[in-house]
Design a protein around this ligand. Structure first.
Ligand code: HEM
Length: 163
């Protein structure tokens, strides 16, 4: 079954609430990421040399907001077009950043779980299984697009080396 109007509404509704509390929710997302997988700390330029979680760090906030917002955009596209379409240069950028950082599939699952906990935190009692599933599904489609681009870039880079 495709992504439903109700699922799109649930994601949009919660993103509208989350938008009002970006500084706290960004830090919370990272608290959850590090709780689930402390070893990823070293991947992030703004975390690798500190044991703290920097509050109001622009890079930390930027990554968290990109994840929240792009999942919401993915939900809208899934409903409208039945697929996630990231425009050319953004997709290339996402592919190359994550390829360079060596991000692997299980880490996409870590960020998904941390994202769901962040939605729960933001929505409190208004959070439902249905709402979390809508976020999970939209995230999975977005992550698949990013992973696919990473694969293509890795293949292209390997081909360039053999010439
Ligand atoms: C599918 C969801 C994701 C989106 C939309 C996303 C988006 C981005 C973007 C746009 C950047 C460029 C820098 C910025 O604007 O903040 C970035 C950087 C980065 N991403 Fe992601 N990302 C996602 C998932 C992940 C996952 C699963 C990991 C693994 C832990 C990860 C790790 C990183 C790292 C380490 C950087 C470099 C940050 C730095 O050191 O400044 N991302 N990501």
């Amino acid at each position: 079954m495709g992504f439903s109007e109700r699922q799109e509404t649930l994601v949009k509704e919660s993103w509208a609430v989350m938008k009002e509390d970006i500084p706290n929710l960004s830090v919370y997302l990272y608290e959850m990421i590090l709780e689930i997988a402390p070893e990823v700390r070293g991947l992030f330029s703004f975390l690798k040399d500190t044991n703290e979680l920097p509050k109001n760090n622009p890079k930390l906030k930027s990554h968290a907001v990109k994840v929240f917002k792009m999942v919401c955009e993915a939900a809208i596209q899934l409903r409208e077009k039945g697929e996630v379409v990231i425009t050319g240069s953004t997709l290339k950028y996402l592919g190359s950043v994550h390829l360079q950082k060596g991000i692997v599939d299980p880490q996409f699952e870590v960020v998904k779980e941390a994202l769901i906990r962040t939605v729960e935190k933001a929505m409190g009692e208004k959070c439902s299984e249905e709402m979390k599933d809508a976020w999970r599904e939209a995230y999975d489609h977005l992550a698949a697009a990013v992973k696919n681009e990473m694969k293509q870039e890795a293949t292209a880079a390997a081909a360039a080396l053999t010439v």
